[in-house]
Design a protein around this ligand. Sequence first.
Ligand SMILES: Cc1cc2nc3c(=O)[nH]c(=O)nc-3n(C[C@H](O)[C@H](O)[C@H](O)COP(=O)(O)OP(=O)(O)OC[C@H]3O[C@@H](n4cnc5c(N)ncnc54)[C@H](O)[C@@H]3O)c2cc1C
Length: 387
Amino acid sequence: MTTDGSHGSGPVWDDRPWPPLPLLRERVEAGVCVVGLGASGLTAIGELLDLGVNVIGIDAAGVGSGAAGRNGGFLLAGTADFFHHAAAQMGADRAAALYRLTLDQLDRIWLETPQAVRRTGTLRIAVDRDEIEDCRVQMVALRQANLPVQPYNGREGPGLLFPMDASSQPLRRCRVLAGRARMRGARLYEHSPAIQIAGDRVVTPHGDVRCDAVIVAVDGGIERVLPELAGRARTARLQVVATAPAPEVDVPRPVYTRWGLEYWQQLPDKRVVLGGFRDLGGDREWTDQAMPTGPVQDELEIFLRRGIGVRAPITHRWAGVIAYTDDKLPIIEQVRDRVWAAGAYSGTGNVLGAVCGRALAQTIVTGRSLLDGVLLPSQRATTGLSV
Ligand SMILES: Cc1cc2nc3c(=O)[nH]c(=O)nc-3n(C[C@H](O)[C@H](O)[C@H](O)COP(=O)(O)OP(=O)(O)OC[C@H]3O[C@@H](n4cnc5c(N)ncnc54)[C@H](O)[C@@H]3O)c2cc1C
């Protein structure tokens, strides 16, 4: 049920049976314990396995049960802020370096889970003169940094085409990553929430993990898992609908509009997935309750019919939670002795979260990472743990 009593469902992405993974019921030992089996945590696990680490992963619910398996499926280069805004925030060189790392990660995601990715490109469509001008400034900034972008003026409206972006089936991606990690020796547990986290021990209701280091890879609700992040990360809900096949429309690549607030894509079977209107939900959307609500769902339905022209019935209504930061840059840092955290991607974490997951794995093991000097300090007092 939604918070208003109307019916919610699971995400449209949950289209195949998933045999549940075990619950942690004993004391186990590992080099690194990863808390959170979304795409970021699973990518961290893959990197740890590459580095020869004995790794355990736990999730409070299931693989991809958070935003990672409930999102809009856009694989976007860059951060939540448009590139020129990010450049103003963090400096043009750092912003360009980070953008390139996400472009590289897009390629990696495509290569590692081709069954869950389509290289479609994405469109940013402007809704008014202000946004047209912002697109122009964004394009100039990207071109100055030699980053891929094209002007666009098609039936969706005027805007920008990002040729390297992609569309994903996000839950399938998580499940493929989890299956592969298990085959490579990672021990993964579902329905095993971390209720105490220290660098040498993660406690769950029925078991615990003894380890040398911990990665917390949680987006929405990260400030609840690690209360020291309260005040810097703030959790909000995003809502989505999906339809039955809608042959009456043709959406060749994912589209986002109104400064990224609304986003939709059409799947290979012609279903349409649409999210947005968080701002119209008001303060009620600052919550960690992943349930659809009447007002936002109504706006989505109106836009689906009038804005996109879809007549097919709505088959899925769902919500997910993510965390925002004031500067729209993710939190990626050591929060406690030997406890590292990544999250709060401000709504764009499918690609950036994977970069952050890999960076934390590298940092813990080698003391250096691909994000050094970009989102992590370039000089470290400590070297990597021997795990
Ligand atoms: C509706 C919606 C649409 C979105 N659309 C896009 C998009 O199109 N493109 C994009 O780039 N981003 C999008 N995002 C954001 C993106 O989904 C997230 O940033 C990203 O998926 C975060 O993945 P993650 O693995 O870091 O974290 P999460 O998905 O939050 O995974 C964390 C996992 O940790 C588990 N967990 C939480 N607490 C504990 C605990 N105490 N112990 C153990 N486990 C715990 C959770 O169950 C969860 O499975 C969207 C988000 C939503 C909600």
